[in-house]
Design a protein around this ligand. Structure first.
Ligand code: NAG
Length: 205
């Protein structure tokens, strides 16, 4: 078992402004070392650990390097349905990749749990409890259009990055109405309201 410190690097590629407040350190320091390379003897699990590292199943241990843009990225609110449509596209695309590009059901399961857990970390970012900024890796996002070939089939070329690269080109949009005074409570209330609305299906447990 390793306990690694999760540090946040802040670098400014373009000095156009002063970065905001200093970052709190994360509490989520410990990770379980668990190798899934060739898990269960499945050849489709060969090299699984190379992506994030064996002690980093869900990509928790990740540093963020903030890159500043010539032109600041600012959030612009859209109507909720527009947002929900786009997130559903991402969700169904993830299902498509897992069900079309993996045939072994055990590998489908492990890869999905990795994805779900890694995405779930964003919850701690939104509540400002993780120590990470609320943003995204612009280099990873730039591959969005490369998931499909021109005929609509799924692409299978190497996109040229590893899981551990995620965070190294982070963009943090400004303009959210987060307030250190009131938002911890109001965001906590919002989180609890959402959690209480999440019903679990018997088949999903
Ligand atoms: C953020 O916006 C919402 C909706 O207008 C408002 O209820 C909330 O108080 C705002 N938060 C802050 C910190 O201004």
């Amino acid at each position: 078992m390793f306990a690694k410190l999760f540090k946040i690097a802040v670098a400014s590629a373009v000095a156009v402004g002063v970065m905001g407040t200093p970052l709190p350190q994360s509490n989520k320091l410990a990770a379980r070392w668990m190798s899934f390379d060739n898990w269960g003897g499945f050849s489709s699990m060969n090299g699984f650990d190379n992506f994030y590292g064996a002690e980093n199943f869900c990509g928790h241990i990740q540093s963020q390097t903030i890159i500043e843009q010539q032109q600041e990225v600012v959030c612009h609110s859209q109507s909720i349905e527009i947002i929900q449509q786009r997130l559903l596209v991402l969700q169904e695309m993830a299902k498509r990749i897992i069900s079309e590009q993996i045939c072994e059901v055990e590998t489908q399961t492990i890869v999905f749990e990795q994805f779900y857990s890694s995405l779930g970390d964003f919850s701690g970012d939104l509540s400002r409890k993780s120590g990470r900024h609320v943003g995204y890796d612009s280099n990873i996002v730039s591959h969005f259009g490369s998931l499909q070939n021109s005929d609509g089939s799924l692409s299978s070329n190497d996109l040229g990055f590893s899981g551990s690269d995620c965070g190294s080109s982070t963009i943090v949009p400004s303009g959210s109405n987060w307030s250190d005074e009131s938002s911890p409570i109001s965001v906590g209330n919002a989180y609890n309201a959402a959690q209480s609305a999440i019903t679990s299906f018997p088949s999903s447990s």
